[in-house]
Design a protein around this ligand. Sequence first.
Ligand code: ZN
Length: 184
Amino acid sequence: MSFDPNPTHQPEIAQLGDPVLRQKAHLITQYQDLQLQTLIDDLLITVKQAHGVGIAAPQVSQSLQLFIVASRPTLRYPYAPVMEPMPMLNPRILSSSQTKVKDWEGCLSVPNHRGLVPRHQTIQVEYCDRHGQLQTATLTDFVARIFQHEYDHLQGIVFVDRVEDPQDLISEAEYQTLITEKVK
Ligand code: ZN
């Protein structure tokens, strides 16, 4: 694992087509590793600067089982919970509801596009926090969606793979028109 230790130099975000986004990410074994802790800090800064609600390590070209979930209210999800951005290491989905919900997603690695993606409404998950402590949680709706989107990144899956109808993939500009009309 090599990573620029300079915190003022933010990593470039890998774009769709970059092979790193198609690899299965490696398990983390050394939680106290300084480079790992620096990577977590850098991801926290990057997701904030990019106004994202989540980011996975492969998106900054680090093929490790690590992502950040950073729910906050958005135009599309005005009731999304505000949470302290949460690093999740070696995450697993233990069970998922049969009910799936379709909603719009975007991705820092697929700029200027939005897609309608079905996701399980509720999932039970476990992950390690940045100190290596095992945590379990039941996630629903928007937070469950973020988790499933980021978890996919660790399997080499991008949200466009999950779009069922090619017509459900639209431009960011069209998406903005769509949600503005809906809000009116
Ligand atoms: Zn993404």
